[in-house]
Design a protein around this ligand. Structure first.
Ligand code: DGL
Length: 271
């Protein structure tokens, strides 16, 4: 039987783990009445260092879990999954599926005055060329400078937000972007908004940082409106969290990513 989504159904979000909470946070803020189901695939993270095929397979399994929960829309919060899996995910469901790459690219193109944009992300995201492709689809004259910054993920998870090591790592990764006359940099990984202050300090105040998660939440709002799927009740939405491993660690570090602690996280099996 085909499922017809209604405004009362929840929004489904998935990520490789905890980082997607930065995207969820923006969705909670911009759509306070919506119920949300969040899945973090913590048993199999990181996605950023895995092959394209593996990330696609894992993403399909995450989506299948969310579909069983009767979600009305799927948000792929993970940049790595968004960069390779979206066309495959759209094949297994008719409900809207959106990733973070298109909204982030759109905001960056709109912001750049000099047509020079930097993209930072995991190895998987940078290697996929997904941001380059989407940016150049919007404006062919834009030059994209990409830089993988894998260590940022661990720094954010350990809460090393603003210390000497973080400063040093920021300089190592970001200095090559500094002499390129870039005016806009996309934070192309769920974890990077947590390190925004250090990244901004290293790159200087003239560079505008684009938070793909924040831009994605705006897009979620617009899609729900267009499809008449917005929950217009005035009640506060419920938020449910599922992980494939380490529910306690997820609870403990949730505050870094969501600015509040989560008390109830369920461990589930998806494959
Ligand atoms: N969520 C991933 C991303 O945004 C970062 C963590 C990982 O590599 O799994 O690309």
């Amino acid at each position: 039987m085909t499922f017809t989504p209604s405004p009362k159904n929840p929004i489904g979000i998935f990520d490789s783990g905890i980082g997607g909470l930065t995207v969820a946070k923006s969705i909670f803020e911009q759509l306070p009445s919506e119920d949300v189901i969040y899945l973090g695939d913590t048993a199999r993270l990181p996605y950023g260092t895995k092959s394209r095929e593996t990330v696609i397979l894992y993403s399909i399994e995450c989506v299948k879990f969310l579909l069983k929960k009767k979600v009305k829309m799927i948000v792929v919060a993970c940049n790595t999954a968004s960069s390779v899996a979206i066309p495959f995910l759209k094949k297994i469901t008719k409900i809207p599926v959106i990733g973070v790459i298109e909204p982030g690219s759109f905001a960056a193109v709109n912001n750049s005055k000099n047509n020079k944009i930097g993209v930072i992300g995991t190895h998987g995201t940078i290697k996929s060329g997904a941001y380059d492709y989407n940016i150049q689809k919007l404006n062919k004259r834009i030059k994209v400078f990409s830089q993988p910054c894998s260590l940022f993920v661990q720094l954010a998870e350990d809460g090393w937000i603003d210390n000497k090591v973080t400063e040093l790592v920021c300089r190592e990764y970001l200095n090559p972007l500094k002499n390129k006359n870039i005016d806009t940099v996309i934070l192309g990984c769920t974890h990077y908004p947590v390190l925004k202050k250090s990244i901004q300090k290293t790159l200087g105040n003239k560079i505008k940082l684009i938070d793909s998660g924040h831009e994605t939440a705006k897009e979620v709002k617009s899609i729900l409106n267009k499809k008449n799927l917005t929950n217009n009740t005035n009640k506060k939405g419920t938020h449910k969290f599922f992980v494939t491993d380490f529910p306690n660690k997820f609870k403990e570090i949730s505050e870094t990513f969501l600015s509040k602690k989560i008390s109830d996280v369920k461990k589930i099996k998806i494959n």
